[in-house]
Ligand binder design. Structure first.
Ligand SMILES: CC(C)(COP(=O)(O)OP(=O)(O)OC[C@H]1O[C@@H](n2cnc3c(N)ncnc32)[C@H](O)[C@@H]1OP(=O)(O)O)[C@@H](O)C(=O)NCCC(=O)NCCS
Length: 218
């Protein structure tokens, strides 16, 4: 993930001990008592990585609880993002004076099942994917890019985005993507200067798809 984000964003990737690390009280309170072991481990690794990323920025340890809609609540003046998938977890944080929003997503690199794929990919995107080189599940990359777009969009705008609300173009040579947000969503956004596009980077390696993007300050 480090290579996918600019230097003003601090990134921490979970090591073997982080999945059993320490949660702060405000974070523990967000974990349901019924949470299964894998959820506890993912949540814990995310919070340990979040604190490590904030420490890299010179910030003191602070809790990152979850809002009712599950979005992470970063300390004032900080923007950040968390992702986990089987065997991998990472968090990124930046000062809000440096970037407006940051998002990242990790997924297993495998073909999307056809039903999911129909939900994720617009016809225009399918046409473009068909022209890309074989050997990579480009639909999985597109899926991850859209999750990253949502993680960048939601903390800034506060509204929902459907998978059909972002038209994503991948550049396989540059390892970049650009998402154009549906004009109706942009026009309805209850904030000043909502993003019309989100540009990010991706990498496919070690059995994972990783995507990340930042939104610059307007
Ligand atoms: C929220 C969502 C993007 C998370 O992605 P995921 O692949 O399921 O899971 P990941 O492990 O990568 O990310 C989970 C983390 O996302 C973060 N997250 C959850 N809701 C979020 C939100 N609204 N905004 C930003 N981050 C959010 C949380 O930190 C969560 O981890 P935690 O519960 O341990 O704190 C996904 O579940 C979702 O709701 N997608 C539908 C919306 C969407 O993607 N639309 C596409 C628009 S183009």
């Amino acid at each position: 993930m480090r290579d996918l984000l600019p230097p003003e964003v601090a990134v921490a990737v979970a090591g073997p001990h982080d999945w059993n690390g320490q949660l702060l009280a405000a974070e523990l309170a967000c974990l349901s008592e019924r949470a299964v072991e894998s959820r506890r481990r993912d949540f814990t690794a995310g919070r340990v990585c979040a604190r490590r990323a904030m420490a890299t920025l010179g910030l003191p340890p602070a809790p990152v609880p979850s809002a009712d809609d599950r979005a992470p609540v970063w300390p004032a003046g900080v923007v950040g993002t968390i992702t986990h998938t089987r065997g991998y977890c990472a968090a990124a944080a930046a000062r809000s004076t440096a970037v407006r929003s940051v998002g990242m997503d990790a997924e297993q690199h495998r073909p999307l099942n056809p039903g999911v794929r129909r939900m994720i990919c617009l016809p225009e995107e399918e046409e473009r994917l068909a022209a890309l080189p074989a050997g990579i599940s480009w639909a999985a990359v597109l899926f991850s890019a859209k999750e990253t777009v949502y993680k960048v969009w939601h903390p800034v705008v506060g509204t929902w985005l459907d998978f059909a609300d972002a038209l994503v173009a991948l550049d396989p040579d540059a390892g970049t993507f650009t998402a154009r947000i549906a004009p109706a969503r942009v026009d309805a956004a209850p904030v000043d200067a909502p993003p019309r596009t989100v540009s990010g980077r991706f990498v496919v390696a070690d059995g994972l798809v990783r995507t990340a993007a930042v939104l610059p300050q307007p």
